[in-house]
Design a binder for this molecule. Structure first.
Ligand code: HXC
Length: 515
């Protein structure tokens, strides 16, 4: 056969395989308003840069009807290319081929891609659209999931791993995402659960729907499983590109710098006004963050969950930073179980990928309550302490107002290894607030004519003496008490000062992170 004829046959073969479950199945997806596995990759990658791997892989199943089944591309498109000019690996499950279910060779394609991404030191994007373990391939499917989980774990902290849920994801299909760094979901398109509504009804008699149980907003607001919820698949891909722009390719690479016209010396008048004088009036800490970062550009992570703690990415002088901030307008910025989980995981991500962390503090403390205590606030709250202590990236802190007791420490006090702590003149750094202290310490003598007035005076004196930044500054626990307008300049300078930071720790297998 001539070369021309062979090449023509190859093109036909490829075209057939690229059709996945066939024209009818693809048309059905269009009707449902869903993109195909290949269209998703086309949206993600720079045009013409995607190189597919293992298109010709076939299943090896011999039971439950597999002998006669064709599974084009084994139900998953794998490959690599450029996203905004940077190398990224990705796979995209094809629901039109046996519901995107994961058989032995489907898993092997993913496992190989994970290993390639790890070798290359490049991020991997995992587009999930799957009915879970392919029932027809029994234990081979389970073994495949096990290998994927193993590689997820080995790659954790080495390359960024991003999961994109773009269909129903049940059973094993949810645990690989659960092991990755970030999960994106799409409203009315994505569902995640280990068992769906029917199984739940049979076992617990609870009635629920796919959307209420495992939809994008359920996981973005209630479980905290999803880090991002997008209104559409297109929007989701844009958000992924934005996230990637803050991340290095791997743990020994530098995150890309984006030159900015926003001068680091910019003084920001707004910072004098955002925190109201009346401590009972709420404000949005995101206004402070956007006043400080380059071009007011803040990319929030887990924006709908544990809103009393705000985390996300921004840039200072073009360099990415991770931001952690108490949100005074939600639960007065108290730190509870979910807030601790949210912040500590984010800090650990930033530390693993050498992204400096900047912490904005205004919190009355850990949240009191029986539910919190019995829910394990001690071990959850300990995560925050652990994550800050463990992190060796530059750690900068801005104490804006309340920094009391354990929460002062938990928001990265100097003793937890902060490299530069600055405080505004409004900072209140103390073991507790004046009223709380008075309730414990103030004991009017029998000769005091007006105990209430005496207590008020005690409170006023305590406030003036202790609820300020100066007691901490006098001991060197705060490096600088600053004019709030100068926050950006100070942060920029401190970041520059710590650019070459090196901190070594005793060698160990790994620590025992409290979970
Ligand atoms: C084999 C599967 C499959 C699976 C779907 N299909 N899931 N084939 N193994 N796990 C097939 C269907 O038979 C159907 O084939 C096609 O994919 C499309 O599925 P539908 O059911 O028609 O689609 P839809 O109505 O949209 O429902 C999607 C779904 C549902 C919600 C995902 O298919 C479903 O519940 N699947 C099973 C989920 C599950 O229990 N998986 C096993 C989990 S156990 P045809 O030929 O009709 O087109 C697991 C263990 C791992 O994953 C644990 C690791 C920790």
């Amino acid at each position: 056969m001539s070369m021309e004829e062979l090449v023509r046959q190859l093109a036909d073969k490829k075209a057939r395989l690229e059709l996945g479950g066939g024209e009818k199945a693809l048309a059905k997806r269009k009707e449902q308003g869903k993109l195909t596995a290949r269209e998703r990759l086309a949206l993600l990658f720079d045009p013409g840069t995607f190189t597919e791997t293992d298109l010709f892989v076939k299943h090896r199943g011999t039971e439950l009807g597999m002998q006669s089944k064709e599974t084009p591309a084994e139900g998953v498109v794998t490959g690599f290319g450029k996203v905004e000019g940077r190398t990224v690996y990705a796979f995209s499950q094809d629901f039109t081929v046996m519901g995107g279910s994961l058989g032995e060779m489907h898993a092997q394609k993913i496992v190989k891609l994970q290993k390639m991404a790890l070798k290359a030191g490049a991020p991997i994007i995992c587009i999930q659209d799957s009915g879970g373990a392919r029932i027809n391939e029994h234990v081979d499917s389970l073994n495949g999931y096990g290998e994927i989980f193993f590689n997820n774990t080995i790659a954790s902290g080495v390359i960024p791993q991003i999961s994109v849920i773009m269909g129903p994801c049940a059973g094993g299909a949810v645990y690989s995402p659960g092991l990755t760094d970030f999960i994106f979901m799409v409203d009315k398109v994505s569902y995640m659960y280990i068992t769906g509504p029917e199984v739940i009804k049979a076992v617990t008699r609870e009635e629920t729907t796919h959307e209420a149980l495992g939809g994008a907003m359920a996981h973005a607001m209630k479980s905290g499983v999803a880090h991002f919820a997008a209104p559409s698949e297109h929007d989701c891909m844009l958000q992924i590109k934005k996230l990637l722009s803050y991340l290095p390719a791997n743990n020994v690479d530098d995150a890309p710098a984006f030159p900015t016209a926003d001068p680091l010396e910019r003084a920001e008048e707004r910072l004098l006004q955002i925190i109201p004088e009346n401590a009972n009036k709420p404000y949005d800490v995101r206004d402070i963050i956007t006043s400080v970062v380059d071009d007011a550009d803040f990319f929030e992570v887990q924006a709908y969950w544990a809103q009393n703690m705000v985390v996300g990415f921004g840039r200072l002088g073009g360099r990415p930073i991770g931001i952690i901030a108490n949100q005074a307008k939600v639960m007065a910025g108290c730190i509870d179980i979910h807030a601790s989980d949210k912040a500590s995981r984010f800090i650990r991500f930033c530390d693993a990928f050498n992204i400096p962390v900047v912490t904005f503090v205004d919190t009355p403390g850990y949240l009191p309550g029986v539910n919190q205590e019995h829910g394990g606030i001690i071990r959850h709250g300990a995560k925050l302490l652990y994550a800050y202590c463990e992190a060796t990236v530059p750690k900068l802190v801005v104490i804006m107002r309340k920094a009391y007791g354990g929460a002062y420490l938990a928001m990265c006090a100097q003793s937890l290894g902060a490299d530069f702590v600055m405080a505004w003149p409004t900072a209140e750094i103390a073991v507790m607030g004046a009223d709380g202290a008075a309730n414990i310490l103030f004991k009017p003598g029998a000769d005091v004519a007006d105990p209430a007035a005496a207590k008020a005076q005690w409170v006023a004196e305590y406030k003036e003496k202790f609820n300020t930044p100066f007691m901490a500054a006098a001991r060197g626990f705060v490096e600088a008490v600053i004019d709030p307008r100068e926050t950006r300049r100070y942060l920029g300078a401190a970041l520059g000062g710590m650019e070459t930071k090196r901190e070594t720790r005793p060698a160990k297998k790994h620590g025992n992170f409290p979970v």
